[in-house]
Design a protein around this ligand. Structure first.
Ligand code: GLV
Ligand code: MN
Ligand code: MN
Length: 395
């Protein structure tokens, strides 16, 4: 399975992946998933948003669902998302080979636009499926080319005018997402597998800074209203404030108008990603950075507007479920640890579906980068861990 999907959406230059939702590479992966579901004789359920669950119908009652996502950030790694989907399909094969008969259905899920790399809202597919975000709120989201979400979906045949959330605890007894670890915790602990305790709250904030376009040579320095300066100082302030608070803040995306070398720009739009241990910490960090940006805008003679585009509150995964999963590994070979990365499992958890995550060691801890990696023996340990978990939860 891994070899089949490896070339899909990979950029020759960087070796990274461009698998944006409702676009060609991600659609090829979706077609691959449909094919795998058929090959394993799973019943495929597709919702009006493009999310999929491939069901191993067995027993009765709400199912145990495992899976992840097939989209990537821009120039992302191979493992973030696909490892969870491939491992889920592989774990089902392991269970079948063992002759396991589940007492309840087991599903393998793929949720669309987990990264929010195209429409800006993290975990869009699972939010829409569970009703955490309503369609009316989401349908008008636009990508970088101005294409609206509802238009992008309609062009692929997802044209339900009034799609409804449908996923809840009636369908799902629990959700388990296996994921490559995105930090170095497991490496430092010498463990191949981990179980998630919680997700840090995190958000994306758009800083729109308007200035006055002018000539780069003839405009005296003291006469300028330069939004680039406001942005530059804000990026430095974000880094400093996050360090001081022991939290995280990143400006990873900047857009400047008219993007001309010999002009003072008319406007800069920059996106900040901020993450903290607590919801209060996140609010304080964003407030502090915004205040410093406002002060600087006043000095620069620019105008600033800050918009929260995607905010995900703290998630505490069900501690009983985490303990139940790690129970035979009390000697610490499956440590229970937090993550600063967002996941669909976090959305499920906030929507009343008991959820858990398994992490697979990442030797460098690098993620959202072509250098993201996991060693094959650890990936296989992940499949075994997931099979063991599913067997326990669906017995
Ligand atoms: C998703 O991986 C995120 O944490 O942004
Ligand atoms: Mn990611
Ligand atoms: Mn992911």
């Amino acid at each position: 399975m891994w070899r089949t999907i490896q070339p899909l959406g990979r950029a020759a230059r960087s070796g990274g992946y461009f698998r944006q939702p409702f676009a060609s590479a991600e659609r090829e992966l979706d077609a691959w998933f449909v094919e795998q579901a058929g090959a394993q004789r799973l019943r495929l359920e597709t919702d009006p948003f493009g999310n999929r669950i491939a069901w191993w119908d067995s027993g009765a009652g709400p199912g145990v669902v495992t899976g992840s996502h097939l989209d990537s950030v821009l120039d992302g790694g191979a493992y973030d998302g696909p490892l969870g989907v491939v491992s889920a399909l592989a774990a089902l094969e392991v269970l079948r080979d063992r002759g396991f008969r589940p007492a309840r259905p087991i599903g393998v899920s793929v949720f669309v636009e987990e990264e929010g790399s195209r429409f800006g809202l993290a975990c869009l597919g699972s939010r829409l499926a569970t009703g955490a975000t309503g369609w009316e709120q989401a349908r008008g989201l636009r990508d970088r080319d101005g294409v609206r979400l509802d238009e992008a979906m309609a062009s692929l045949g997802f044209d339900d005018e009034n799609p409804q959330p449908w996923l809840g605890s009636e369908q799902l007894a629990c959700f388990v997402e296996l994921h490559v670890e995105q930090g170095r915790d497991l490496v430092d602990r010498g463990a191949a597998i981990g179980v998630a305790s919680r997700i840090w709250p995190h958000g994306r904030y758009r800083f729109d800074i308007a200035g006055e376009p002018n000539h780069a040579g003839t405009t005296r320095m003291e006469d300028r209203r330069d939004p680039m300066l406001t942005y530059a100082m804000t990026a430095l302030a974000a880094n400093k404030q996050a360090r001081v608070a022991g939290q995280r803040a990143t400006f990873g995306r900047v857009d400047t108008q008219p993007n001309s070398t010999n002009s003072v720009p008319s406007a800069v739009t920059a996106w900040m990603d901020a993450r903290c241990e607590s919801d209060e910490g996140l609010a304080t960090l964003v407030e502090t950075i915004t205040r410093q940006a406002e002060d600087r805008a006043e000095r620069d003679g620019t105008r600033l507007a800050v918009t929260a585009e995607s905010v995900s509150g703290a998630v505490d995964f069900d501690p009983d479920l985490a303990r139940r999963i790690a129970v035979d590994h009390e000697d610490g070979d499956w440590p229970i640890l937090p993550t600063q990365a967002g996941h669909d499992a976090g959305i499920m958890s906030t929507q009343g579906i008991p959820s858990a995550m398994l992490f697979v060691r990442n030797p460098t801890g690098v993620s959202h980068s072509p250098a993201e990696h996991a060693e094959l023996p650890d990936c296989l340990a992940g499949v075994d861990a997931l099979a063991e978990t599913l067997e326990r939860l669906a017995s």
